[in-house]
Design a protein around this ligand. Sequence first.
Ligand SMILES: [Zn+2]
Length: 169
Amino acid sequence: MAEVDFKQANENYAASFGDNGKLSIPPSKHLAVVTCMDARLNPEQFLGLNLGEAHVIRNAGGLAKESLRSIIISQRLLGTRDVIVIHHSDCGMLTFSDEQLRSKIINAHPGDSDVSEAVNDLQFGPFPDLDKSVKDDVAFLKNHPLVLKEGKITGWVYEVETGKIRQVA
Ligand SMILES: [Zn+2]
């Protein structure tokens, strides 16, 4: 595996940090973004967001359900209102089923009942249809009693092939 020189990279970063240490905690654009952890996505760059402007909440797939805890904290304690959900083309979540991943993990630990019990309790949340997964997640947030209704909740697909986003909900 390739070594990454985090320390050197960070020294370069900190050398031009400027006034960023004075930013306040609440995001200045009152925006929360929910998106995938995919290494090809740089949401701050493709949405034109600077430090201090938005919460970017990431997980495998950019699933709203898994982001709920963070969205509630973001809205209730840190003043965000609009939420945008962004899933993307060629996502790993389109490539497997819960059952396949469970079997893979169980097969890697033969006879380990702790592993099989733990993995059978987990839902990994893969989705077969990209646009539908975005629409479902937006509907989930719009219908959730703990998500504030005064902001806009929209859904988008990011194309890893072009860097473009398109609105689907
Ligand atoms: Zn993804």
